[in-house]
Design a binder for this molecule. Structure first.
Ligand SMILES: *[C@@H]1O[C@H](CO)[C@@H](O)[C@H](O)[C@H]1NC(C)=O
Ligand SMILES: *[C@@H]1O[C@H](CO)[C@@H](O)[C@H](O)[C@H]1NC(C)=O
Ligand SMILES: *[C@@H]1O[C@H](CO)[C@@H](O)[C@H](O)[C@H]1NC(C)=O
Ligand SMILES: [Cu+2]
Ligand SMILES: [Zn+2]
Length: 188
């Protein structure tokens, strides 16, 4: 019975999945970031953590829309350490790395990816990226909360730790195109 309910939900969900209030009926917490340049890149990212995730791992869902990107490109995307934008995106520091790991892709083992690593987002022919990424090392509450840190989209492609020595630090993702401080979303 429950299985069919889930199936019905899965079929009806795409209609609602982009609406903040319907994307998770059991949210533990929500957060939001508004991304702005130094470049023409802008966007909004919504972070949701669901209490009703199937296996109880409660990953943070990072959903959003970013525009002004190079068309048909992969662009590095990470949570960086600080919510400090005094000198623009640079002041956000390096990738958020609470477990002292090296840089990597989303599927790498825990010691081979920063908790803030979100891989790449992919733009369409109009330079718009729409994405929904799950990250199991982040939370929106407690000591591993990303609230108050900064999300950054880069001008280059993240090589996911598979390149040279700097690859293991930042994926050679290049300059910072836009960034935004992750802030409290709703009262959940
Ligand atoms: C914020 O960033 C600026 C510029 O990078 C730096 O000088 C300053 O110390 C930072 N502030 C804090 C509170 O960390
Ligand atoms: C973090 O890892 C590096 C090696 O990648 C090591 O040199 C360093 O001592 C570690 N720091 C801590 C605090 O564990
Ligand atoms: C690694 O390669 C990138 C470009 O592919 C380059 O910018 C960077 O300087 C290189 N780093 C090292 C340590 O060779
Ligand atoms: Cu980054
Ligand atoms: Zn990283």
């Amino acid at each position: 019975m429950f299985k069919y309910l889930l199936l019905a939900l899965a079929i009806s969900l795409p209609v609602f999945s982009k609406a903040l209030d319907d994307s998770c009926p059991c949210a533990l917490a929500r957060a939001v970031a508004v991304l702005k340049g130094p470049s023409i890149v802008t966007g909004t990212v919504i972070f949701t953590q669901c209490a009703c995730d199937k296996d109880g791992s409660e990953p943070v869902h990072v959903e959003g829309r970013i525009q002004g990107l190079t068309p048909n490109a992969l662009r590095g995307f990470h949570v960086h350490q600080y919510g400090n934008l005094t000198d623009g995106c640079t002041s956000a520091g390096e990738h958020w790395n609470p477990f002292n790991a090296t840089h990597g892709g989303l599927k790498a083992p825990i010691n081979k990816r920063h908790a803030g690593d979100l891989g790449n987002i992919e733009s369409n022919g109009n330079g718009v990226a729409v994405f929904d990424i799950a990250n199991d090392l982040m939370t929106l509450k407690g000591p591993l909360s990303i609230v108050g840190r900064t999300i950054v989209v880069h001008a280059g492609t993240d090589d996911l730790g598979k390149g040279n020595a700097t690859s293991l630090i930042n994926g050679n993702s290049g300059a910072r195109s836009a960034c935004g401080v992750i802030a409290i979303g709703t009262k959940d």
